[in-house]
Design a protein around this ligand. Structure first.
Ligand code: ZN
Length: 85
C-alpha cells in the first residue's frame, strides 16, 4: 500500500533555501585600522581613539585605571561625518 502522505513540510518548501533566512542582508560596515591609545594594563580594556584624545605629545593615561597607554591600532567603524572643530 502506497502512502500519499507528504513529509509535513508542505508545498513550496525548498530545504536548500533554508539557510537564507538566517542571513540578513545587512549593509556593509566600513572599517579601517584606526590609531588608538590602548591601556597598558592587561586587566583593563580601556582604550580611546588617538584623534579623539586631546593629548598631542607623550602618552595619555588611561581614564579608567590611570595606567600608561600605548599606541596601537584597532579595526574600527569609519565615522562617516567626523565633527569638525
Ligand atoms: Zn586602564
Amino acid at each position: 500500500m502506497i502512502s500519499d502522505q507528504t513529509n509535513g513540510l508542505g508545498p513550496g518548501f525548498v530545504k536548500g533555501d533554508y539557510h537564507m533566512f538566517q542571513r540578513k542582508p545587512t549593509e556593509e560596515v566600513v572599517k579601517e585600522d584606526t590609531a588608538v591609545w590602548e591601556c597598558s594594563s592587561d586587566e583593563c580594556k580601556g582604550w580611546m581613539r588617538a584623534n579623539f584624545s586631546s593629548h598631542s605629545e607623550g602618552s595619555p593615561t588611561c581614564p579608567i585605571c590611570g595606567s600608561k597607554m600605548d599606541e596601537g591600532t584597532r579595526l574600527l567603524e569609519v565615522i562617516p561625518n567626523p565633527r569638525k572643530f
